[in-house]
Design a protein around this ligand. Structure first.
Ligand code: ZN
Length: 476
């Protein structure tokens, strides 16, 4: 990028000066034109009719989607530009010397054609630039606050614009859209793209108040915050499970322009939440076929849904479905608010999804029961248990597939079975209608590759820590 472009302040001043000049010249030109007309020399003047033919049509076609453009281009201005400019540029072209570069910040109501004609460019050249530019960049996409860089020549006698040499816009840092005059004076357009550097950005911090504002305060871009919350949303109820003193860590891909500016942020490669004494960690892994998912340290896939049959005994048959049924003990029709799986006494009961145990006790009718809150939406219940697995008590975080209890026949029960219920937003729903679990755990070569990746990430973290320790030592 040329140096002149980097000083918008001077460019703005220059622009103001140019506009004053344009105004002065326009007044002079208007006088000249009236003199010209009074002299009855009409040969080189375009007639009103021919102008009417060209101008409105061109504008309609180019800007049919942009109402602002049509409004801001009043016919008066057009006529003035049309009739004056050719004379001026013809007059001036022979002694063009000055080269100007303006950085024009798009203001409300500005249009591409409006900006160029204000600079003093004639209408046909303006539409020529517009048409050529359109091949790479649609100027209707220009937004208020964006900067349009215009390079143009002026004559030294009248200091009036003679030709626009180059127009450039950089809507995203590192990508420049350019229209430029070649040696033959023809306009050509192109896109310049800086080589972007891929980096992994690592940010962490304490959670104060809510998670997303804490992350944003730490400088995490909002799209990354959204993705972070998304990947944990299956296993964390952010409203209830996150407390003061908890913390987060995130590593994500980003692209940097040569000037050091971050141009794009990409996928999260590592996400971690420390909730109380639990540390939840997820790693992104992309296999050779391009399939991407998140896994825990052991290569177990992030489970996005509940297991409908949370039992070791996979052959367990359904002995009673969800809904209205004749109760075998109460001998009446009642609503069955879960699904019953007949299974051998003592077979393992799994957590249906990641979550926090909210209840593990004797409940009348249900016998020994466990409840797990998975996220802001889902809770699951497990009843008639013989006993609880070691360590299972309220407040304990469990993972999908973890053994939480053993099948029994406690409470109102006729034989060993698991009564399993799913509560969605406070309402009991049919567990068999919950979406089936997705995400396959990594195995074999994939698991080996994944473990190496995790080790690399951990090693880089340790390196960072030791570097930090060194730099701290240096300061002391
Ligand atoms: Zn039941």
């Amino acid at each position: 990028m040329s140096e002149i472009f980097q000083n918008p302040a001077t460019s703005r001043l220059r622009r103001q000066r140019t506009l004053l000049l344009v105004y002065a010249v326009a007044v002079t030109a208007a006088l000249a034109v009236s003199l010209y007309n009074n002299n009855n020399v009409e040969a080189s003047m375009p007639s009103d009719e021919s102008m009417a033919e060209i101008a409105p049509e061109e504008f309609e076609e180019s800007f049919e989607l942009d109402a602002d453009l049509k409004e801001s281009e009043s016919p008066e201005i057009l006529e003035e530009t049309e009739s004056d400019a050719p004379h001026l540029s013809e007059l001036i072209a022979t002694n063009a010397v000055g080269l100007n570069e303006d950085a024009i910040t798009i203001a409300k109501g500005d249009t591409f054609i409006g900006i160029l004609t204000k600079l003093g460019l004639d209408y046909s050249q303006t539409t020529d630039i517009y048409t050529v530019f359109k091949k790479v960049y649609d100027v209707r996409k220009l937004k208020v606050g964006q900067v349009l860089y215009v390079t143009y020549t002026t004559d030294n006698k009248y200091n009036q614009l003679t030709a626009v040499k180059k127009v450039m816009v950089e809507p995203v840092s590192g990508t420049r859209y350019i229209v430029e005059q070649n040696a033959e004076g023809k306009y050509e357009s192109r896109v310049e793209q800086d080589d972007l550097k891929d980096e992994i950005q690592s940010l962490k911090g304490p959670i104060e108040g809510n998670l997303s504002s804490s992350m944003q305060n730490a400088g995490v871009p909002s799209n990354v915050v959204g993705n972070f919350i998304n990947i944990f949303s299956f296993s964390v109820d952010f409203r209830r499970d996150v407390h003061a003193g908890d913390s987060f860590e995130v590593r994500f891909e980003q692209k940097k322009a040569p000037n050091g500016k971050v141009v794009k942020t990409g996928d999260i490669v590592y996400a971690s939440l420390t909730l109380g004494k639990d540390k939840l960690e997820l790693y992104r892994y992309k296999d050779k076929s391009g399939f991407v998912d998140y896994y825990d340290e052991k290569g177990l896939a992030l489970k996005k849904t509940l297991d409908r049959k949370p039992l070791e005994f996979k052959k367990a048959r359904i002995s009673s479905r969800f809904g209205r049924r004749f109760h075998p003990i109460l001998k009446t029709y009642r609503n069955h608010d879960g699904v019953d799986y007949a299974a051998p006494m003592g077979s393992k009961v799994y957590a249906s999804g990641d979550g926090v145990v909210t209840l593990s006790k004797w409940v009348n009718g249900y016998g020994y029961m466990i409840k797990i809150r998975h996220n802001s939406e889902y809770t699951t219940g497990y009843a008639h248990l013989r006993s609880f697995a070691k360590g299972i008590r309220p407040g304990v975080r469990v993972k999908q597939g973890q053994v939480i209890a053993y099948v029994g026949s406690t409470g109102r029960s006729t034989g060993p079975h698991l009564h399993f219920e799913v509560v969605k937003n406070g309402k009991k729903v049919d567990p068999l209608k919950v979406k089936a679990a997705t995400g396959e755990n990594l195995k074999g070569a994939k698991l080996t590759a994944f473990k190496k990746m995790v080790a690399d990430i951990k090693a880089s973290e340790n390196k960072e820590l030791s570097l930090k320790a060194e730099s701290t030592a240096g300061q002391i």
